[in-house]
Ligand binder design. Structure first.
Ligand SMILES: Cc1ncc(C[n+]2csc(CCOP(=O)(O)OP(=O)(O)O)c2C)c(N)n1
Length: 583
């Protein structure tokens, strides 16, 4: 990547701008864990040699490390998808009691509309829960500039600061004027047990935190980036983040109070603003976070979630409908009129072979988060529950305790390292008869092929000590451990059968890489072809769920898509599928 020079105006996506903002703000350390829409922030930061950047094994670990750097006196940032903050929440809730030494910023990237997420969650409530200030940019220029503001805020009040972005802000592009890096002098950590040993001194620190929040609340009343844009019409609007851009497009003449800091809210500024108008639109994506607060303060002349949907992503259309339509829009699915393309595993994906064996075994499968979640879709239909990262193993243990026979937890390599190790320890400790299949495709596939400890590579693509998953599960105490090739159906099925028959905890580790994993790209494949005269039209090859097997009375194989994995050949009992050249 060529880094832009100071003063240059560059077209940047919001996430790239955040990375540039971190560079300019003199950030010393950045960590995180991949997750849409935040992933690129750390990937781009890793290009700046001035910042020590690294993937953490999960968001809590990444948070704790950044927190340590900040306590040691240097600027630290941690970046994650909004659900990552659920994982890091334990630290996030306690850190504010002590405050920070160097600036500390946690980036939470929300996904209104759930484009690539397991749930919809408005993380603004996290700032309120943790009692930390929160800043929200609206466009790429602000995405960059607000990083510096967030660090200044953090150091001014010695508090962690939450920086909330969303899918639209992170992924839209805009022109950004870049600046220079400011090296920020390191501060010094002073040993002060009553401040830093939080649990022992929590009662006193609680009062201090309240007092700090009161000071910040006063400060935000005059914060220059909470600004009023005077308009010519009699309409007032309160908004922030991506919603600001829709509000400006749909109500160009309105007077807009644009909030940069959305927690704590500037109470008096908001009350005074609302007093100027008969009615004020509160245009905020997801929950009525600002609106509820206004109503709590006795403001009644506001139009909020009685017209605007509280689910899904906003767009100019949604805002226009809510403002101008007769009927309030109560629900919004966030869908566009696009041709439906059902998600599916890629041709040549090793997970397919694992699901075929699982389907044949009749096991109840507790799934986890990753590409393999798609194993729930027909025709595989072999992943029966999925919730969040690391849940599969505990869920499978629970199903077993509940009396269900033949239960398998499936979990990807990245997810296992993130949140699967402790539940496996628990299974061994508590005598579970649980089978765990670790789908080791040697990458974090779903989020775009990031490295993790078991790939043996760092964020920067440098070699690192490789976490040996087989040794690890044995060290945990699992005695029945098998490594199986998912492209060899006989081997895979017999591994599943054996594990299910075994009494006690067992692990099956698949051993084939993702076709896009490092070192796999650009490989030449010899595709398979269908011999029409031998085909009995039984449909078995269609039931492996490979997009490379094209439907038709006599199926065909898409030579461009085919990676020669041979699962279709193994499914055909009539020898009608052969490797090209062998026909
Ligand atoms: C707490 C949390 N952090 C991050 C994510 C984003 N995310 C979705 S799946 C996934 C990991 C997928 O990697 P892996 O388990 O190796 O499976 P693969 O996709 O390679 O099959 C991540 C990081 C998430 N959903 N939840």
């Amino acid at each position: 990547m060529t880094l832009p020079s100071p003063g240059q105006r560059v077209l940047m996506a919001g996430n790239n701008a955040i990375a540039q903002g971190a560079y300019e703000a003199g950030v010393y350390f950045a960590s995180g864990y991949p997750g849409t829409p935040s992933t690129e922030i750390l990937e781009v930061i890793s290009e700046y040699p001035e910042i020590r950047a690294q993937w953490g094994t999960n968001e809590k670990v990444a948070f704790d490390e950044a927190m340590g750097v900040a306590m040691s006196g240097k600027r630290a940032l941690v970046s994650m998808k909004y659900v990552g903050l659920n994982v890091a929440a334990d630290s996030f809730m306690v850190f504010p009691f002590a405050g920070t030494v160097g600036g500390f910023v946690v980036i939470s990237a929300d996904d209104p509309g759930m484009y690539s997420s397991q749930n919809e969650q408005d993380n603004r409530y996290f700032a309120r829960l943790a009692q930390v200030p929160m800043i929200e940019p609206s466009d790429p220029q602000e995405a960059k500039d607000f990083v510096r503001l967030a660090f200044e805020l953090s150091e001014k009040f010695s508090t962690p600061v939450m920086y909330r972005t969303s899918m639209r802000v992170s992924h839209s592009k805009g022109m950004v004027t870049v600046g220079e890096r400011s090296e920020v002098p390191a501060k010094t950590f002073v040993k002060d047990i009553p401040n830093w040993v939080v649990p022992v001194f929590a009662k006193g620190l609680r009062a201090k935190l309240d007092a700090k929040l009161a000071r910040i609340s006063e400060y935000v009343e005059t914060y220059p980036y909470n600004r009023v844009e005077e308009g010519s019409s009699k309409v007032g609007v309160i908004t922030s983040g991506a919603s600001y851009t829709y509000a400006k497009e749909i109500l160009p003449d309105a007077t807009v109070l644009k909030l940069a800091i959305t927690y704590p809210l500037p109470k008096q500024t908001l009350i005074d603003f609302c007093a100027r108008f008969d009615q004020v639109y509160v245009i905020e994506e997801l929950e009525p976070f600002i609106e509820e607060q206004l109503r709590f303060w006795g403001v009644t002349n506001i139009i909020g979630k009685d017209r605007f949907p509280h689910t899904g992503e906003f767009s100019p259309d949604v805002v226009a409908k809510a403002v101008f339509d007769e009927e309030p829009v109560q629900d919004f699915s966030g869908e566009f009129d696009l041709i439906v393309r059902p998600p599916q595993l890629c041709p040549g994906c090793p997970h397919r072979g694992a699901f075929l064996a699982l389907r044949k075994s009749g096991a109840l499968v507790n799934g986890d988060i990753g590409c393999y979640t798609l194993g729930c879709l027909p025709p595989l239909s072999a992943n029966h529950t999925t919730f969040c990262m690391g849940a599969s193993i505990g869920n499978a243990f629970g199903f077993g305790v509940g009396g269900t026979d033949k239960v398998v937890a499936i979990i990807g390599d990245s997810t296992f390292v993130h949140g699967g190790i402790q539940p496996l320890i628990d299974v061994v400790y508590n005598g579970g008869n649980t089978t765990v299949m670790i789908l080791d495709n040697r990458t974090t596939g779903m989020t775009g092929h990031q490295e993790h400890p078991a790939t043996g590579m760092t964020l920067q693509g440098k070699e690192a000590p490789r976490l040996d998953l087989v040794k690890l599960v044995k060290a945990i105490g699992v005695e029945h451990v098998q490594v199986a090739n998912p492209f060899d159906q006989k081997e895979m099925y017999s591994a599943v059968k054996e594990a299910l028959e075994y009494q006690g905890p067992s692990v099956i580790m698949t051993n084939q890489p993702c076709i896009f994993a490092r070192g796999e790209k650009g490989r030449k494949y010899t595709p398979f072809v269908v011999l029409e005269d031998k085909c009995t039209k039984c449909g078995a090859c269609q039931r492996i769920g490979c997009p490379g097997v094209l439907p038709g009375e006599v199926p065909a194989i898409d030579e461009v898509a085919c990676t020669g994995c041979s699962l279709c050949e193994q499914a055909c009992k009539f020898g009608a599928i052969v490797r090209k050249g062998d026909a």
